[in-house]
Structures are given as C-alpha cells and as structure tokens.
Design a protein around this ligand. Structure first.
Ligand SMILES: C[S@@+](CC[C@H](N)C(=O)[O-])C[C@H]1O[C@@H](n2cnc3c(N)ncnc32)[C@H](O)[C@@H]1O
Length: 215
C-alpha cells in the first residue's frame, strides 16, 4: 500500500518496456495530481493526470515547479527510469523536499536487465555511472572486479567505457547492452577497441566481465 501521508511519489518505471512497469507504479501515478518526467516515461502511463512538469537539464526549475502543488496539499509523482535508487533524480528530490515528504516506488533497474541478459549473478558487480559526467574512478582500480557495469548512455560515457575496456582487455570481455527490454534491444560482445567507433544508443550499458566467467 502506498504511503498516503507523503505528497511526493518517486516512481521507478523500469528499463523502458511497459511490461516492466509495476502495478505499484501505475497506482502511484493514478492517484497523483501532477506528473514529473520525460515524455518517454510519461508515455508509459496511458491514464495519467493532465498536469505535467517536463524534466529538462534545469533541475532546480523542475523542483521549483513542484512547489505550488505541494503547497496546495496536492500530490506529485516523479517518474524516473529504472530503479530510483540508482543514479536518478530521486536523490535530488529527497534532498530538496525532505525524506518525510517522499516515498519511493522501486522498480527493475537497467543494470538488473543487463545482467539478466548476460545470465550472470550481479551481487558482486561494480556499478559505475559515466552518464552525464566523467566517473570519479581510477580505471586501474577496476581490474580487481569480476563484473563491472558502466551506465554509458552518452557519447562521452561510451568513450570512457572504451578506455576502461581497453585497459582491461587482457582480463575482461566487453558486452554492450542497448535499449534493454525495448523492441530494438541489442546485446552483443565487442572487441574493446570497437567501442570507440560505436554509435551506441542513449540507453546503453557496457558490461566488462572477467574472461574466466564468460564460458
Ligand atoms: C540516469 S541513469 C538512470 C539509471 C536508472 N535509475 C536505472 O536503474 O536503470 C541513465 C542510464 O541508465 C541506463 N539505461 C536506462 N535504461 C536503459 C535501457 N533500457 N537499456 C540500456 N541502458 C539503460 C543507461 O546507461 C543510461 O545512461
């Protein structure tokens, strides 16, 4: 049951396919007075409230636009891709409005979907976000990890993943997972050097997997 005392629902929408939108997510959207999200995520909900706050690069503006709804005691559903607990707007929203105003609706992460595609347990995976910023990670330190997932949905992120893949090519294979769960899903093994030349989707994860595990 959703927590009705909070005015903000932060709703994980899964990796992209409507099949991965949970009933809990649909319920949270159904009772909201306004939706915050990208068009791609809003389109996952056919019966959504008419009030929309589109998410663009100006996050403080998005947070500001939510204020009148909350001041009027109305509820807002913030849609995020994958699971809210992994590199999403959830952290900014909770920091800004306070934990007690928010409840989080979990979902399947794109990282889970990528490891499912590979058929690998991901409990020991190292997750690195290169999405939107250069990771604060020394590539030399990554070699100790058997499984590395790089969130790589930008050109710069793919280039960073290519550098990591090249540095680890003796020990790790490279898997590129694009548009997971969507009709144009693509999952393939590449040579490390090929990543530099690849025009990957804006929904991409690079997995670096220790060769001995890829049998
Ligand atoms: C801002 S992060 C959000 C991660 C999200 N919270 C999650 O749990 O999947 C965006 C990154 O998620 C990844 N991503 C999201 N959906 C994806 C999909 N369907 N296929 C591949 N990667 C995806 C990409 O790496 C993209 O750069």
């Amino acid at each position: 049951m959703a927590d009705v005392t909070t005015k903000i629902a932060i709703v994980g929408c899964g990796p992209g396919s409507p099949q991965y939108v949970t009933e809990a997510a649909r319920n949270a959207v159904a009772v909201a007075d306004a939706l915050v999200g990208s068009q791609r995520l809003i389109d996952l909900f056919s019966e959504s409230p008419p009030d929309r706050i589109m998410v663009g690069p100006d996050i403080p503006d998005v947070l500001q636009q939510m204020v009148p709804y909350l001041a009027a005691g109305r509820t807002v559903a913030v849609l995020v891709s994958g699971d809210p607990g992994l590199c999403s707007l959830a952290a900014r929203v909770i920091r800004h409005f306070g934990r007690r105003q928010c409840h989080v609706v979990p979902a399947v992460s794109s990282v889970q979907a990528a490891f499912a595609k590979a058929g690998l347990d991901w409990s020991d995976a190292r997750i690195v976000s290169a999405h939107g910023r250069e990771p604060n990670v020394d590539i030399a330190d990554l070699g100790g990890a058997d499984k590395i997932a790089v969130l790589a949905g930008t050109t710069d992120a793919i280039q960073w993943a290519a550098q990591a893949a090249t540095a680890l090519r003796a020990t790790h294979i490279v898997l590129l997972a694009e548009n997971l769960t969507l009709d144009d899903e693509r999952f393939r093994e590449l040579a490390a050097e090929q990543l530099y030349e690849t025009q990957a989707s804006s929904l991409s994860i690079v997995l670096l997997i220790r060769r001995t595990l890829w049998t």
